[in-house]
Design a protein around this ligand. Structure first.
Ligand code: F3S
Length: 100
């Protein structure tokens, strides 16, 4: 599966949802998560994210492994996000801080 890491926080660009063929993104007002039971590992969302928040779980660094369980758990609790929306007001600052 692919996972959304903490780079999404304070950004929520939602470019990712526009290309997902299986609508596997779930989210709240702060960020999105990927439902691992729906994700088909196509990777289409990866280049869409301006802050490189989406990573193949096999490529996660050791200190990012936590996001596998967090995505699985939170995706089950949150509604599907299918539509693109404006990024959070904090997105430009956060993006700059991340170096993107
Ligand atoms: Fe988050 Fe990137 Fe999607 S910031 S909402 S994972 S495009």
């Amino acid at each position: 599966t692919h996972v959304v890491t903490d780079n999404c926080e304070q950004c929520r660009y939602t470019e990712c949802v526009t290309v997902c063929p299986v609508a596997c993104f779930r989210g709240d007002g702060e960020r999105l998560f990927i439902d691992p039971d729906l994700c088909v590992d196509c990777g289409a969302c990866v280049p869409m994210c301006p802050v490189h928040a989406i990573v193949d779980s096999f490529d996660l660094e050791d200190d990012q492994q936590i996001w596998i369980g967090v995505n699985e758990r939170r995706a089950k609790e949150l509604p599907t996000v299918r539509d693109r929306s404006a990024p959070l007001p904090t997105a430009p600052e956060r993006r700059a801080a991340l170096g993107y």
